[in-house]
Write a protein that binds this ligand. Structure first.
Ligand SMILES: Cc1ncc(COP(=O)(O)O)c(C=O)c1O
Length: 369
């Protein structure tokens, strides 16, 4: 039995994903629902992080902090050890999250009215970072080839050639599909951005959860002029010192959790294989193969007439999900399910899907496509 098999009560920790009020209001579900929407993990935090935060809490001083040397040193060591990246402490900047940082980047490197390019389907906050700042969103749909997403380089080149397009935000690995881009693909993306003088921004938040046997390539490059401009934007947003608990948590995560993470990633990869196995019984639910992450991206175009029917299906299962239209564009007809949970819970969720599916066609008459 794996440590990740144990069910963990997330209602106790005010987890938004598990809040009865949210599940009822947003999805019409019961307190018995299994949430599969929001992208966080239903596992307890790695024990070394727990211990470090508890030890810090015992020191009754939660006042102003500073960035201790160990904070940056552990980030540098993690990047070297896990990804072969050579970073310097000077290049690291504190920020309060990836999505806020995308907002600061849009503010720093584009002017009001200029445009930002993204691929679709996309994590919705990519569009928000652009639109919250009165910039224009330009989208380049990913193409489906042999059941995998690939870049449409021709379309991207056309769009980058527009004089108003200043920034391209790449999602690597890709959310919602878990696609890990190859070094060759990334090189081509980099070449296009260089050729069209478009700033390349790579959101690599999912890079730590890449399945065994898959190689992740970072697109990271040093560029001092750009760093300074972004640092000014951080200053303009008053980013000063880390939260008291962030310091020990980060240091513990990046020094003591390699083994925990490797085990967790292998567990999630097995969850993905298990999901594909079980859903193979539903030919109209096509799970896109993933190479990373804990999100399954499923083509349900042949099963449901429209998104309203998809929602009715998952409500009948007492499961929450993210419907395809959430992903800016080109996600219609798909559903995203979070499978980063103990396997007994995943089994229960899949049992519900298969049980409701067994009678669905008797209840609903889908429009043939
Ligand atoms: C691609 C991507 N970027 C950013 C985030 C969230 O980042 P943060 O919580 O650091 O703002 C997510 C969360 O799912 C994500 O999928």
């Amino acid at each position: 039995m794996s440590q990740f098999d144990t069910l963990f009560d997330r209602k106790a920790g005010n987890a938004r994903k598990w809040a009865d009020s949210v599940l009822a209001k947003k999805f019409g579900l019961t307190p018995n629902a299994i949430p599969m929407d929001l992208a966080d993990l239903d596992f307890p935090v790695a024990p070394p992080i727990h211990d470090a935060v508890m030890a810090r809490a015992a020191v009754s001083d939660y006042s102003y902090t500073y960035i201790p040397d160990a904070f940056n040193e552990t980030v540098i060591a993690w990047n070297a050890r896990r990804f072969g990246l050579e970073l310097e402490a000077d290049w690291l900047k504190l920020s309060y999250g990836t999505v806020p940082t995308l907002h600061y980047i849009v503010q720093a490197f584009t002017a009001v009215g200029e445009s930002v390019l993204i691929n679709t389907p996309a994590y919705d906050p990519f569009a928000e970072a652009v639109e919250h700042n009165q910039r224009q969103l330009i989208t380049s749909p990913l193409k489906l080839e042999n059941d995998r997403y690939v870049f449409d380089f021709e379309d991207m080149a056309d769009k980058m050639a527009r004089p108003d397009v200043k920034v391209f935000i790449l999602c690597s690995p890709q959310n919602p599909s878990g696609r890990v881009w190859t070094a060759e693909e990334l090189e081509q993306v980099g070449d296009l951005c260089l050729q069209h003088h478009v700033l390349l921004v790579s959101d690599e938040i999912h890079r730590d959860i890449v399945y065994p046997g898959v190689h992740f390539t970072s697109i990271w490059q040093a560029c001092p002029a750009i760093r300074d401009r972004l640092a000014q934007q951080f200053a303009a947003n008053s980013i000063t010192s880390p939260n008291s608990f962030a310091i020990p948590a980060l240091i513990a995560a990046y020094t003591k959790c390699d083994a925990w993470l490797d085990e967790m990633v292998a567990y999630v990869a097995d969850n993905f294989a298990y999901l594909r196995d079980r859903l193979a019984e539903i030919p109209e639910m096509q799970v896109m193969p993933a190479e990373s992450g804990f999100l399954a991206w499923i083509d349900v175009r042949r099963l449901f007439a429209d998104e309203a029917e998809l929602k009715r299906f998952f409500t009948a299962c007492d499961l929450s999900c993210v419907v395809g239209s959430y992903f800016v564009a080109d996600g219609e007809g798909f559903v995203r399910l979070n499978i980063g949970m103990p396997r007994p819970l995943l089994k229960e969720a899949l049992d519900r899907i298969l049980a409701i599916y067994a009678t669905w066609h008797q209840q609903e008459a889908p429009v043939p496509k």
